[in-house]
Design a protein around this ligand. Sequence first.
Ligand code: ASP
Length: 440
Amino acid sequence: MKLHMQILIALGLGIKRNWHIFFGIIAGILVGIFLHGHNFPFINTLLIFIGQVFIRLIQMVVIPLVVSAIVIGITSVGDNKQLGKFGSKMILYYGIITTVAVAIGALLALIFKPGLGAAHYIAANSASEVQAAVSTAMAQQQGNILNIFLDFIPSNPLNALAHGNMVAIIVFVVIFAIALAKVGDVNRPIVSFFESVFAATMKITDWIMFLAAPGVFALTASAVSSFGIDIFMSISKYFGVLAIGFLLQLFVVYPLFLKFFSKVNVWILYSAVAEAMMVAFGTASSSATLPLTIACCEKRGISHKISSFVLPLGATLNMDGTALLQTVAVIFLAQAYGVALTPFLVIQIALLAIIASSTCAGIPGAGLITIALILNGMGLSPEQLVAGFAFLFTIERVTDMMRTLVNVTSDAVVVAAIADNENEINYDLLNNPQAYEDIA
Ligand code: ASP
């Protein structure tokens, strides 16, 4: 079958099964455009309320889900050597995808030069609340990159759990689960306990998904209505470069990656995880989408052993869409303010984007805060930094929705590749779009 037919059929199937969510996104965009410029405070409040109900409900299951998934995943692998193999493969694959993303971002930004002549537009946008947010972000990121890594180690795991500090939680749970695997049979009560927790959280996720269409509709409508589409016209070049970059990741890089490293058909995979992709777009949060990403992958034949370990880590560490945006955004600002973009500086930006993106949490807006890590070394004046940030904030939500979709898709791509390499995919399920395994 011709490639474009395969793409259309797969996307069609993914959308058909989740047409209500797709409809929610489209209706959300249209209603958002209509609401922009009209004053309907009640409707706006209602949309925000519905969106928040949906997001909070899925966030509610994330921590029990992550903890239980990792414990079951690691203890079921058992053997440390095998775990090390999965872990290093995961880091390698995430690394490849993110490196390609920053390279694409840098190349596109250098070729299309979206920032040239944009300085005057940037200054017009600096609002005082943004300035305050920026100063805090810059102060937090100031100084030592090592401190960021230090924060990954929780001195008090319960504190990390209570504050939803995802990376710290994962670090603790991974170590804890490895220890559990080592102690042998005495681990049974705890592992059974987490098996029950996992099954119940998956069940709750199923229930919450009844709200996916109105939730995604409300989130999209309120995001679009807050700035309308006129803003895109004035910064169309910046937006266009980002959009091309994201499309290249989705339609060129991941297909090639899967072809090269596995025998998974990328279009079938997209159709399997379409629901998670759409919810990622609506919520702009990889962490909030995680329960669904896990559900989509496991229902379509990717083994729990792999997905429960790789996906939670991916949702917090693998942010290639964010890295691409950060690279384009920083080069954009450098061009706007006339900073000379030497090859050395471009490489520095790209490397820092890899670090900054992987230290950012899978929540809305996190990628724009960690961008401060890259901007700090750029030699811009504080005023320029503030104005630049304010500019990036103007279309933050929509770019966040797009990059989160990319982040979540690449998590699924990497987990599928590892599962394929380890013979942990049930291809009868994956290749049959009608089939669904009940995992809860
Ligand atoms: N919202 C993104 C995510 O959850 C992170 C970011 O802000 O770039 O994947």
